[in-house]
Write a protein that binds this ligand. Structure first.
Ligand code: DAH
Length: 354
């Protein structure tokens, strides 16, 4: 019996894992284990023999069982210690840096402009950047001989020989969306269309791709007075201070009468400040929509009339945030983007409290 005791207690003490321990349990005190088999022999013994052997065997069984559970606990502790040693975390380490992008000034200003005009009841419309020359020119009362076609430095899409589709251009302004919106929704209508436009031009204030926002309001009795109010409210809300406007008679094929709009500014120290001083800065074109343009949009000019305007978004961003060179807008220089970009938390605010 002592042999059994030594054999199992040694084996248990040196068992390396729980599976070995379980094998030992089955071999010693399992149903057919060595200790169990010896206990079965008790029945064949004389009462005296049994009295001597029984308690010893019971004690041996107890001893093996408690050695097994002690060793099992020890193995579990060791496993946990090993896991803890592997999975430790140094909470004093500096946090890992995740690169943070910024919102481009054009996106920021587009949001601001849209928020202000949406508050005045303008819905946002969209149109394709590749347009037919009909939408970009003819429908806007710019026939093919018109000088405006060449003045705009239009990008024409290349055409294969035998391609009979109408000529396509990269839209030179957002005005074609006026026509598309009129065709889609009829009158009355009140939309703005912010978006990309293209002209072959490149200097400090011109890039081949830039952004405009178009405005269009058509109803029974819309007048220049409504246009003036909308624009003055818009500029005051956008710049966060009351801004005087000046309407100068001008000419656009798609409006009659037409006006270029200047905003009040000062030029002190080489920087432009909007909303103060007695200088003027031209910022947009506008006017009453030409009857021919209404007709092209499928709207009866005898019943309906309205105003339209077109404004450069990039130019608004340069003015509001003091950015001197337009070309840098599209260079993707990370230092520029970090400097002039906005955080996602800088949501547009309506300063004027419209
Ligand atoms: N489409 C003109 C441009 O790109 C801007 C413009 C002028 C738009 C007058 C208008 C308008 O809607 O009425 O230069």
């Amino acid at each position: 019996m002592d042999d059994l005791r030594d054999k199992y207690l040694t084996a248990i003490a040196t068992a390396a894992d729980e599976a070995t321990l379980e094998d030992l349990r089955v071999a010693a005190v399992g149903k057919k284990g060595e200790v169990s088999l010896q206990m079965r022999e008790l029945g064949k013994m004389t009462p005296e023999e049994r009295q001597a052997a029984g308690p010893k065997l019971n004690a041996l069984k107890d001893e093996i069982n408690s050695a097994l559970s002690a060793k099992k606990a020890a193995l579990e502790d060791a496993a946990l210690d090993a896991r803890l040693a592997q999975e430790w975390l140094d909470v004093t380490l500096p946090a890992r840096q995740t690169p943070q992008g910024t919102i481009h000034p054009v996106s920021q200003v587009t949001e601001e402009v849209t928020a202000i005009l949406a508050d005045m009841g303008f819905a946002v419309a969209e149109g394709p950047q590749i347009e037919t020359d009909w939408y970009n020119f003819d429908a806007l009362n710019i026939p093919s001989h018109h000088p405006a076609r060449t003045e705009m430095d239009t990008f024409y899409m290349a055409r294969a020989d035998g391609d009979n589709r109408p000529p396509h251009v990269l839209r030179t302004h957002t005005s074609p969306v006026q026509i598309r919106s009129m065709q889609d929704h009829g009158a009355p209508i009140r939309i703005i269309c912010p978006g990309r436009v293209y002209r072959a031009d490149y200097d400090q204030t011109h890039t081949p791709m830039f952004h405009q926002v178009e405005g269009l309001a058509i109803d029974k009795d819309i007048s220049m007075a409504n246009l003036k109010w909308v624009l003055e409210e818009f500029f005051s809300a956008f710049f966060g201070t009351s801004v005087k406007t000046r309407f100068r008679a001008s000419h656009f094929p798609f409006t009659e009468p037409s006006a270029e709009v200047d905003i009040q500014c000062s030029w002190e120290g080489g920087t432009v400040k909007v909303g103060e001083g007695d200088g003027w800065l031209e910022v947009l074109g506008s006017g009453m929509v030409h009857p021919k343009v209404l007709e092209a949009g499928g709207i009866d000019p005898a019943q309906w009339q309205g105003f339209a305007f077109g404004m450069g978004i990039d130019r608004m961003a340069m003015l509001k945030y003091g950015i001197p060179d337009l070309r840098a807008f599209f260079d993707s220089d990370l230092r520029w983007l970090r400097h002039y970009g906005f955080s996602a938390l800088q949501v547009p605010t309506l300063h004027g409290g419209l």
